[in-house]
Design a protein around this ligand. Structure first.
Ligand code: PLP
Length: 442
């Protein structure tokens, strides 16, 4: 059992340097690597690089490896499936793992009645498909999405995304009919108000201003929203936010579509983050954590909404048998212990970070639900001016001490380890983070 990181070369080490040179020569420069980790093996929350250095992984491959790296039960299922059938295409044929997974996911979607599932390979496809389904079902053309939202990079999803300019630059024109509105990012309220005195102005504005001036609510197909914003900064909205938005959606026959690609599959301590907010979404998009690292995305909807006709939406690879088997095991593990562990360890993580916040002025905000936690770095607590360079420096220093972290939002750091993470591993993370903050604050 590994207990702490082990860094035994300069970073990057000699073998890593060779790979990095080849990568630079042959791999697209559009990827956003924060530091030169060249991974070779993973177990649980631990990653060994090509030079034998061992890192504590609080990224889980961007919130994907929910059951930890290479969980033995996932490996067993994938090996078994690999010997039976690698591919047949659910677009044109049937195979048991896909049907079994659809049945399981249908049963997990909150709300009464029959549900149906469409399978893709990624988060962006799961959102893209939900976007299309909402148009199909409602026969309406407009959509509302949110500043800070990230929904993926294919043209439909990218049209909904409003996270970073670099993601959209030179790619317009986008799919028409998407209006972005402010999210309930209370630490940096777009309306300069304070919750709860604000009365959720960010929700009221949609009905009182947007729907009165530029958009007819009867033309809106869907409100497409992350229950907790991910790339936007792990932003947790106030408890009544989604209920209020949902009420507007229902009033005008608008579908409430939740993008659970990052927040879903147990990460927040519930299967879907929207379950913390007491509303029943019309469509759910999931991916990332669903199959412990195998590529899989899914759209979940009541059968009366997933009513598109044969041939109207399909894909060759989506719902691949290996990925479906991995997902079935993943969900079993989540239900048995991991979701509960995400809740317990998430609270431990947040309280550890809040203790550090008492010491370090630069930790402007600490927020999260379960194992979806973030720290927002600021230049000073009073002005809340984002401190992006400090955030980047902390991530670099943590890497060199063997702790893998990722940024999000303008100046935040996210903590999204596998749901298998133990109390000791949380303590190791907090202690390295403390050490790094001590260095940069000294
Ligand atoms: N939606 C959300 C909320 C995400 O966080 C992401 C990826 O980070 C996506 C969609 C896109 O997923 P993918 O990168 O698998 O296409």
């Amino acid at each position: 059992m590994i207990k702490s990181p082990l860094i035994q070369t300069v970073l990057p080490g000699p073998r890593a340097v060779e790979f990095l040179q080849k990568d630079r020569a042959h791999v697209s420069p559009s990827y956003t690597r924060s530091y030169p980790l060249v991974a070779e093996e993973g177990r649980g929350v631990w990653i060994r690089d090509v030079d034998g250095n061992v890192f504590l992984d609080f990224t889980a491959g961007i919130a994907v490896c929910s059951t930890g790296h290479c969980h033995p039960k996932v490996i067993e299922a994938v090996k078994d499936q690999a010997e039976r059938l690698l591919h047949m295409s659910g677009a044109d044929f049937y195979y048991p793992p896909q049907i079994a997974l659809a049945e399981k996911l249908s049963s997990l979607m909150p709300g009464e009645g029959d549900k149906k599932v469409f399978f893709g390979n990624s988060g962006t496809e799961a959102v893209e498909g939900a976007f299309k389904l909402a148009r199909w079902h409602t026969k309406r053309k407009l959509n509302i999405a949110f500043y800070g939202g990230f929904h993926g990079r294919t043209m439909g999803s990218l049209s909904l995304t409003a996270s970073k300019n670099v993601q959209k630059k030179r790619y317009d024109p986008f799919v028409p009919g998407v209006t972005h509105v402010p999210y309930a990012y209370c630490y940096r309220c777009d309306y300069n108000l304070r919750y709860p005195e604000c009365g959720l102005e960010c929700v009221r504005w949609i009905e009182d201003s947007l729907f009165r001036t530029t958009i007819s609510p009867e033309d809106v197909a869907a409100i497409i929203i992350e229950p907790i914003q991910g790339e936007g900064g792990y932003v947790v909205p106030p408890p009544d936010y989604h209920k209020e938005l949902y009420a507007i959606a229902k009033k005008y026959g608008i579908l409430f579509v939740v993008d659970e690609v990052q927040s879903g599959m147990g990460r927040t301590g519930k299967m879907f983050a929207i379950e913390h907010f007491g509303v029943l979404p019309d469509i759910i998009s999931v991916a990332k954590g669903i199959a412990s690292g195998l590529p899989l995305g899914a759209i979940l909807a009541p059968s009366k909404i997933m009513d598109w006709e044969t041939g109207s939406h399909s894909t060759t690879f989506g719902g691949n048998p290996l990925a479906c088997r991995a997902a079935l095991v993943t969900i079993e593990l989540l239900e048995k212990t991991l979701m509960a562990n995400a809740d317990v360890q998430g609270n431990r993580l947040l309280s550890g970070l809040r203790n550090l916040q008492k010491v370090y002025e630069s930790m402007g905000d600490v927020r999260g639900k379960g194992l979806m936690a973030a720290v927002e770095l600021v230049k000073d607590r009073h002005t809340r001016k984002p401190h992006e360079t400090l955030r980047d420096d902390i991530i670099q220093r943590a890497f060199r001490k063997g702790l893998l972290l990722l940024g999000c939002g303008k100046s935040s750091i996210r903590f999204c380890p596998a749901l298998t993470v133990s109390a000791d591993e949380i303590e190791v993370c907090i202690s390295i983070f403390d050490e790094v903050l001590g260095e940069v604050s000294g």
